[in-house]
Ligand binder design. Structure first.
Ligand SMILES: Cc1cc2nc3c(=O)[nH]c(=O)nc-3n(C[C@H](O)[C@H](O)[C@H](O)COP(=O)(O)OP(=O)(O)OC[C@H]3O[C@@H](n4cnc5c(N)ncnc54)[C@H](O)[C@@H]3O)c2cc1C
Length: 443
């Protein structure tokens, strides 16, 4: 395997900003087509990242990337299902992905992101992407309303320009181009925060259920815990709740985390005999999306396009899928000499509709939706509900779940507001997503 980096070229067909899952996907698929791609990543990998639970529909993109054999050979825990614990502590039956889709895609993985992201970036190198770590993109160069390259800064401080036919922004929550063109729409409903840490020796199921993600609602219904088993007998355990509830007039992250654990017997009993192995991580976690996914000569992918609340672990899928769709549009566009907004963004509408479906399921959960009650009353729709959970989002076949869901609404309840229906100004004015990392050990 080659992890060496060749020299930076002053020109290439495509430049990609950021080496997370979205950037690695886009660049690999473009390189597969024979075009020249350079990727700039400001960090030295492996670097910490949250987002450990994959969902099954990642399979199709991972297959195109030739990543499946690498994942099969990895130590990552296999994930076959997801389970929900409600506010009364009642555990739902597992949603086994295979029952719904009897195909090998129904087994996915719980990954350590520093390792997974490094595998993806090395895979990009193996496919011919010219990857440069510790090189920061300072700015996208725009001439006559067209992106024509980037200004970069190397680790030794050297600055220079690199020209390209297309610039892909995969800078994650840094959202370089979204900030520059003021394209961000903060979600009017999904204003959350998260605090998490890692445990060794916590409870795990056995056999097929060992790798299940468990979503545990807090007894006061203010939030939920993710319980994600990782390899080496580790558990990633985080609490997600409204930003104000979690961070306003509370103590340290450590104190708040343990107050929430204390209130939640289903979590407390699972970590009763476990040892905490890292400090406390926290993030302000506001969902957002860009008003456009492309412009002339530029495209947004992954979190640089949008971030959706982590409830159903959809982030990496959306990063991979947008990366794939963008790569196909870019290759086609360069081949026919059309790198206009219309060509580069032709995938945006269908993609947005898919994200809308996942967002609706997220909003319904926060507004009292019960998986158990729904499936009891609509057993014939369990399959389509599972389709949503596995990330099969980009088709309207699943839309028959919404009406029966509305039939369960309390009288005063209405459909969730759309993501682009406008954020109340008092919320929008002071929003910013921030990540707090503890000193010392990280997975
Ligand atoms: C609390 C929480 C829990 C989550 N849980 C899950 C989960 O269980 N499953 C899941 O699928 N997703 C989850 N996610 C979402 C997931 O983390 C992201 O959606 C995913 O990492 C997006 O990938 P990306 O490639 O777009 O961005 P990133 O992975 O953030 O990669 C962006 C890269 O760009 C680099 N970069 C930024 N600016 C520059 C610059 N100027 N120059 C060069 N490089 C730059 C960064 O260093 C970074 O490496 C979670 C997110 C949060 C906040």
């Amino acid at each position: 395997m080659t992890t060496e980096t060749s020299a930076i070229n002053s020109e290439s067909d495509v430049v990609v900003i950021g080496g997370g899952p979205a950037g690695a996907t886009t660049s690999t698929l473009i390189a597969q087509s024979g075009l020249k791609v350079q990727l700039f990543e400001r960090e030295k990998f492996p670097r910490f990242h949250i987002g450990e639970s994959l969902i099954p529909e990642t399979y199709w993109v991972l297959r195109r990337l030739n990543m499946l054999d690498k994942l099969r050979a990895s130590p990552f825990i296999k994930k076959y299902s997801v389970q929900f614990v409600n506010a009364n502590g009642k555990l739902s039956a597992p949603f086994y992905f295979h029952d719904n889709k009897p195909h090998e895609c129904s087994q996915t993985w719980q990954v350590v992101r520093s390792e997974f992201d490094q595998m993806m970036l090395n895979n990009a190198r193996e496919h011919g992407v010219n990857v440069h770590e510790q090189v920061r993109v300072l700015e996208v160069i725009i001439e006559n309303n067209v992106a024509v390259g980037v200004k970069i800064q190397e680790a030794d401080g050297t600055k220079r320009e690199v020209r390209a036919k297309v610039v892909v922004d995969a800078s994650g929550q840094s959202t370089m181009l979204q900030n520059r063109f003021k394209l961000r729409e903060w979600d009017p409903i999904l204003n959350k925060g998260a605090i998490w840490t890692y445990w060794e020796g916590a409870y795990r199921d056995v056999g097929k259920d060992e790798g299940a993600t468990i979503v545990i609602q807090t007894p006061n219904k203010e939030g939920w815990f993710w319980y994600i088993p990782l390899y080496n007998n580790r558990i990633s355990l985080g609490v997600v709740a409204p930003f104000d509830y979690l961070f306003k007039n509370r103590g340290s992250h450590e104190e708040t985390y343990h107050e929430e654990v204390e209130k939640c017997p289903a979590v407390k009993e699972r970590i009763g005999n476990a040892k905490r192995i890292t400090g406390y991580f926290a993030t302000k976690d506001y969902s957002y999306r860009s008003k456009a996914c492309a412009g002339n000569g530029w495209v947004l992918v992954g979190d640089a396009f949008g971030f959706l609340d982590p409830l159903y672990s959809s982030g990496v899928l959306l990063a991979l899928r947008s990366g794939e769709l963008a790569a196909d549009a870019i290759v086609e566009g360069i081949r026919k000499g059309d790198t206009s907004e219309a060509q580069l963004g032709k995938w945006g509408q269908n993609f947005n509709e898919g994200v809308d479906r996942m967002r609706r399921l997220v909003c319904e959960y926060y507004d009292g939706f019960s998986f158990g009650q729904f499936v009891k009353q609509n057993p014939h729709l369990k399959g389509h509900l599972t389709d949503l959970l596995i990330g099969d989002l980009f088709t309207d076949k699943v839309d028959d779940v919404w009406e029966p869901m509305e039939a369960l609404y309390a009288p005063e309840k209405t459909e969730p507001r759309r993501w682009d229906s406008g954020t109340p100004p008092e919320i929008a004015s002071n929003k910013v997503n921030e990540l707090y990392l503890p000193d010392g050990a990280r997975p």
